[in-house]
Design a protein around this ligand. Structure first.
Ligand SMILES: [Zn+2]
Length: 186
């Protein structure tokens, strides 16, 4: 659906702008690319800001939190709203990996993980995780405004660095809880 060249263009574009971007709690990004009628919106947000933890679910409560988050993500109106002339084609996210696999869900493994948690600091550098969420829309007319809702419930998320490449050009802006509307165009 999406032309490879556009994805490469977006990657180069984002690499350039985000050369210094690292995993920082409270800060996420939103990459938007248009290819004719197709629009792709990709959020990358620290898992800590969406769930309060950054590891494979270890407890029933954490599993439930992941399930609840997946429902929220799939119920797009909790995350964003955009023009009524757009219809959602697909939703993809990276959260399925965060459920324990069947072979690792044994009691022993749980105890191991639980004990391990106590020296969390030791693992911290490698433990950070982002959640990526990608929405693909088909839009009958140009999208001028996108309203971001994720700040309403991801309370520790302070800002989203939004970047876009559309038929009208490219640009970037910083979205925050008090500035949730993305204005595309020149
Ligand atoms: Zn982190």
């Amino acid at each position: 659906m999406f032309k490879l060249v556009l994805l490469i263009a977006l990657s180069v574009f984002s690499l350039k702008l985000l050369a210094t971007n690292q995993h920082v709690h409270g800060q996420g990004k939103l990459l938007i690319a248009q290819d004719g009628q197709d629009w792709q919106l990709e959020f990358v947000i620290p898992m800590a800001d969406l769930l309060g933890f950054e590891h494979v679910a270890e407890t029933a409560q954490q599993k439930n939190s992941i399930d609840a988050l997946i429902k929220k993500i799939e119920n797009v109106s909790e995350v964003l709203s955009l023009s009524e002339t757009c219809s959602l084609i697909s939703v993809q996210h990276s959260l399925d990996d965060m459920h324990p696999s069947h072979e690792h869900a044994s009691h022993d493994s749980y105890m191991h993980e639980h004990k391990h948690d106590h020296d969390h600091k030791h693992e911290d550098e490698h433990a950070h995780k982002d959640v990526s969420i990608t929405y693909v829309y088909a839009c009958e007319s140009e999208v001028e405004l996108i309203n971001i809702k994720v700040f309403e419930w991801a309370k520790s998320l302070e800002k989203l660095n939004a970047q876009w490449i559309t038929n009208q050009g490219q640009g970037s802006t910083m979205l925050t809880a008090s500035s949730t509307t993305l204005r595309l165009g020149s």
